[in-house]
Design a protein. Sequence first.
Length: 175
Amino acid sequence: MEYRDIGESIRKYRRRLNLTQDQLADRVGVTWEMISRYERGESSPMNKLDKLSNALNIRVTDLLSENGCADYNIPLFAKIPKAFEFKRKNTTLSYNCPRWLIKLDPEVFAIDTQLVIQDKEISSKEGYLFISPNSEIKNSDLILISDDSKLRVEVFNNNGVIPIGKVMMQEVIFK
């Protein structure tokens, strides 16, 4: 996620209320310099989103969605597709992912962790793995591979294994 996008939203809503950076800073509990840094995208406003949205009389989602920072639907796989072809056409499910993943690889997809052989590389908790089939893979990156009609995550070490993609992140669901 680009903080500059959120910063533009902060500035827009602040100006709509005819607030100075100093006035908004007082409402949020930070300095005017920090508000300036948020608006320029130089600092992360993520831990102050609730206070910012309350001070601006808007929802948090308004700050995140105004400039394209909202989540994006990507293909979600709850079962392994034929021939391990992880393409949108091979699933009817979708899931939201952060914009930064889409920017890194528009073909990113999510898989249910229940499809993956559990080992020490990923959490055994229920959730999703976000896989990029097009990102450059370097030694020590986590990759998703097919292993005898199953999926496994392992550390890439250039041993000739052909990865399905690079593991970009894991989302764990806590119940």
